[in-house]
Write a protein that binds this ligand. Structure first.
Ligand SMILES: NC(=O)c1ccc[n+]([C@@H]2O[C@H](COP(=O)([O-])OP(=O)(O)OC[C@H]3O[C@@H](n4cnc5c(N)ncnc54)[C@H](OP(=O)(O)O)[C@@H]3O)[C@@H](O)[C@H]2O)c1
Length: 244
């Protein structure tokens, strides 16, 4: 029987590419995001069975209800990909902008994760996939809240993994750390390197899901940057970040 995968944040970029990749690989996919028109167009063009629903993860309780509805439409859920996320360029450090990134990347993410955790516990199986970032490994004066939110995502996933080991529960967790991927989130940036398209990122994410990897860098070569970040003395990293 085809596996059922729900992608939160499936209307553009990595989420859209992953929906297409998974559908081609015979998964039944459920798509959620705010842009209903985009979801409908994506769903129409997918080769396999799919469902979609409008969802704003910052309306935390409502988003959980929408997730419940999407699961019912799809007839179940085996995998959830928590991909919805955004960044800011908050030079004046306005609270509203900081709060919105926290609402989407931290609280919205956690609300969806919490629902999926309990759903999979009850079902006795399931797979939670988070889309964190290489950004989780270092601070960022340009968008301090973005990197901090991704550090939250990865550390939260690690904590929940330990909780599940302790409970001996058959639920898998995969934390994905992409480097630079060309999507609406990054298209205006001029300072990127080793940029890949969302299709390559989606292929590697699906491979990591199928291998039930605990954590992967996407594309894989970003493991080199991660190793450098870990090896370099903190004061050198700070010097480089301040000079940027
Ligand atoms: N691109 C990169 O270089 C890169 C690198 C590392 C990590 N990432 C992470 O990868 C994920 C996907 O990013 P992307 O690059 O593919 O960007 P993107 O094209 O802008 O996609 C972001 C997705 O999140 C959804 N979203 C945003 N706010 C939402 C909300 N309040 N409620 C529900 N959905 C919401 C968007 O849909 P709607 O606007 O329709 O709601 C969209 O589907 C993000 O978590 C990002 O942090 C990206």
């Amino acid at each position: 029987m085809a596996k059922k995968a729900i992608i939160i944040g499936a209307s553009t970029g990595i989420g859209k590419a992953l929906a297409e990749e998974m559908s081609q690989a015979d998964y039944e996919v459920g798509l959620a995001a705010r842009s209903l028109d985009k979801l409908e167009a994506i769903s129409k063009n997918l080769p396999g069975k799919s469902s979609f629903i409008e969802m704003d993860v910052t309306r935390f309780d409502d988003a959980q209800k929408q997730l419940e509805k999407l699961i019912a439409q799809l007839g179940g859920m085996d995998i959830i990909v928590l991909n919805a996320g955004l960044t800011n360029n908050n030079k004046t450090f306005e609270w509203e902008s900081e709060k919105y990134v926290i609402d989407v990347n931290i609280t919205g993410f956690s609300a969806m994760l919490n629902f999926a955790y309990h759903y999979f516990q009850e079902q006795g199986s399931g797979h939670i996939v988070s889309i964190s970032s290489v950004a989780s490994l270092l601070p960022n004066p340009g968008s301090a809240v973005y990197n901090a939110s991704k550090a939250f995502v990865s550390l939260y996933m690690e904590g929940i993994r330990l909780k599940l080991i302790h409970k001996n529960a058959p639920i898998h967790l995969t934390d994905i750390k992409p480097g630079f991927v060309l999507t609406p989130l990054t298209e205006s940036r001029k300072d990127m390197f080793w940029v890949c398209g969302p299709e390559l990122a989606a292929r590697q994410i699906l491979s990591a899901i199928e291998k039930k990897e605990k954590m992967v860098y996407v594309p894989k070569r970003w493991i080199v940057v991660a190793a450098l970040i870990r090896m370099l003395p903190k004061r050198i990293i700070q010097f480089l970040l301040i000079r940027k």
